[in-house]
Write a protein of this length. Sequence first.
Lengths: 112, 270
Amino acid sequence: MKLDKELVAASSAPLILSILAEGDSYGYAIIQRVKDLSGGDIEWTDGMLYPVLHWLESKGQVKGRWEKAESGRRRRYYSLANKGRKALDEQRAQWNLVSSTLQKLWRKHAIA
Amino acid sequence: MQSLEQLISNWRADMRKNLDAESVEELEHHLRDAIASQVAAGKSPEEAFQNAVKQLGGGEAIRTEFNKVQITDWWAMKASFVFAILIVLLATTGLIRFSGRPYGEWLGPHVAAVTIGFFATYIAGGLGIAFVVERVFSGFAAGRVQAAARAATTYSGVAAAFTAIGTILGMIWAKQAWGRYWAWDAKETGAFAVLIWQILFYLGGKSPLLPPRVLLTLAIFGNMVLSLGWLAPNMSYSILIALLALHAAFLALGFAPNRCFNRPSEAGSR
C-alpha cells in the first residue's frame, strides 16, 4: 500500500520515537523495524529517515552518539531523551484521538 | 568490473558533493548494512549495491530534506542586519545634522515620518542583503525564505505608509515655507520615486508570481533606489557611487545560481 507523502511525513516522528522507546537503535535497524511492524506496507525512502533523526536531535527529543560497530567502523546510535518521551506521550494522545474518531465514523458508515 | 569497495568509494565521493562528512559516514553504514542483508539473501554484491543505493535515495534529494530541517546560527544574517541598521542610522544622523534648516511644526513630523519610511525600506533591503550573504554559506529551508520575504513585504508596506504620510506633511510645510505644495525638485522627485518603489515592492510581495528568493534579492535594489532618491541630493557622488556599487555586488550575488556556491555542509551546520 502506498501511503500519502503527507501521512508518511506526519507519522515518521512518532514512529521513530516509539521505536527508540523500546531501546537505543540506529538508522538501518529503525527502517527494518518499521517494515517488520507494518508487514512491509510502510516503506520509507531510507535516506529520508536521517534528516528526521537529525531534526529530532536538534529539538532535544533524541540523543545521538557514535559507537564502534562490529565491523570496526563507527555507527551512529540514537536514544530517546526525556523531551522525546514527553513528545511521544503527546503524539500518542493525538494519534489515539484521531484514530478513535475515525473508527467511530467508519463504523457508523461501514458499507456492508 | 568495479569491486564493491570501489563502487562504495565512488558513491561516497558523489554523496560528499551534497552532504557533510558525518552524514555520509552514517549513510554509508546504512548502505553497507543494506548490502550485507541482500547478499545474505542471495544477491550478488553489485546487484545488492544498486538496490541499496536506489532504496537510500540520491544525495541531492537527501540534502533537500536536510535543508528543510537544518539548524543554522544565522550569524551572517545577523551581522548583515546590524550592518544595514548602522548604515541607516549613520545616513539619518548625517542628514539631520547637515541640513541646518529651521523646523516648522510640519517639517519635524515630515522628517520623522519620511525617515521612518525610508528606514523601513532599508530594513527590507537589509533582509535581502542578509539573505544573499547567508545563502553563500548555507542553504535555506523554503519556509524560512518565505518568512523572510513576508517580513520584507510587511516592512515595505509600513515604509510606503510612512513615506506617503511624510510626503503629504512635507507638501504642507513646503506650501507654508515656499508658497507651493510641489515643485518636482531633486528631493521631492527622489521621494516620489522611492514611494513608487515601496508600493510596487509591496504589491510584488503580495503577488504569488514573484518567488520569495527573487523578492528578497529585489529588496536590495530598493536600497539603491532609496540611496539615489534620498541620499543623492545630500551626499558626495563618490560615497554614493561606492554605496551603489556595494549594493550592486549584493544584487549580483543574489541572482547567482546555486551551483556557484561550494557550500561544504548544509546538514547540521553550525
